[in-house]
Design a protein around this ligand. Structure first.
Ligand SMILES: O=C(O)C(=O)C[C@]1(C(=O)O)C=C[C@@H](O)C=C1
Length: 282
């Protein structure tokens, strides 16, 4: 039986693109929000959820990290790094007067990736946040009577029959988003191994101890474990209470990583393995 893969819909989002590339044979199931998609994976309604995790211009997708840590028991089983090209799309009826567009809509992350472009060309024009870039494209398709534009990808232009008013409107040419593939613990999803392996840990420090973060980092450094990311997010239990997400560029082994985890636990930290997986460039 084939895999059922959930993604942030509707069709032709960047998440959909990642799903199409990673799981060519799978049945793709759209969800209107990231939490709904993750809930479906937790409930076993789909085999895995693909969700955006981090963008090179805008940073982390907080809803994904927070929901992963606070609300679900899902594990990261893979990641995909996708090149993101944002375009300004309009209904063909409005192609002649797109410069006078009265509203620009898209996903908040996509609008933020094009902030300088919007500031230059559409100063004072309202922005409308939508649940995804493709939802914005669909909205523009459905309202030809309004002179509005969407920021979305070329897949969405094709899917919703829109035309390019301007291409590549993201502010920095290096624009990449990392998507995580999430599945229930013990639910094996085959993903071909790649050259790049990663381990993601969630670490909570013992409360109010001087040098605790330094001790955590030294548990990795003396083992020569190369960290590729350290990020803090609120515990949501009080001001100043944060947990850390740490990524290590390594395959899980029987000695080094378990040793580091044991050392952190001996220091009074709580450590949770979020996943040990391969990174795919697509
Ligand atoms: O709206 C989409 O197309 C999405 O897949 C979401 C999302 C995101 O949340 O970051 C994914 C990639 C881009 O960075 C912009 C938007």
């Amino acid at each position: 039986m084939g895999l059922n893969i959930g993604y942030l819909g509707p069709e032709a989002t960047f998440t959909d693109y990642a799903a199409r590339q990673l799981f060519k044979e799978a049945k793709r199931i759209p969800f209107v929000s990231i939490p709904e998609c993750m809930d479906a994976a937790s409930a076993g309604e789909i085999d895995a959820a693909i969700v955006p995790l981090e963008n090179s211009i805008e940073g982390s997708v907080n809803i994904t990290i927070d929901y992963l840590v606070h609300e679900t028991d899902l594990q990261i089983v893979g990641e995909a790094v996708v090149s993101i090209r944002q375009h300004l799309l309009v209904h063909r009826d409005n192609i002649k007067n797109w410069k006078e567009a009265e509203l620009i809509c898209s996903h908040p992350h996509a609008l933020a990736q094009c902030h300088k472009f919007l500031h230059r060309k559409f100063k004072g024009i309202p922005l409308e946040y939508m649940s995804s870039t493709a939802a914005a494209a669909k909205h523009v398709r459905n309202h030809p009577e309004q002179n509005i534009a969407a920021i979305a990808n070329s897949l969405a232009a094709e899917e919703y029959g829109l035309v390019f008013a301007e291409q590549n409107v993201h502010d920095y040419s290096y624009n990449h988003t990392v998507f995580a593939v999430l599945a229930k613990e013990g639910h094996d999803i085959y993903m071909a191994p790649t050259e790049e392996s990663k381990i993601s840990l969630m670490i909570t420090l013992p409360s109010d101890r001087a040098g605790a973060l330094h001790q955590v980092l030294s548990a990795f450094s003396w083992r020569k474990l190369n960290l590729s990311k350290i990020e803090s997010r609120p515990m949501k239990t009080g001001l100043g209470k944060y947990f850390f997400i740490i990524d290590i560029n390594l395959k899980m082994d029987d000695v080094l990583i378990p040793g580091a985890i044991a050392e952190l636990e001996a220091l009074g930290c709580t450590v949770k393995l979020l996943g040990s997986y391969s990174s795919h460039k697509i």
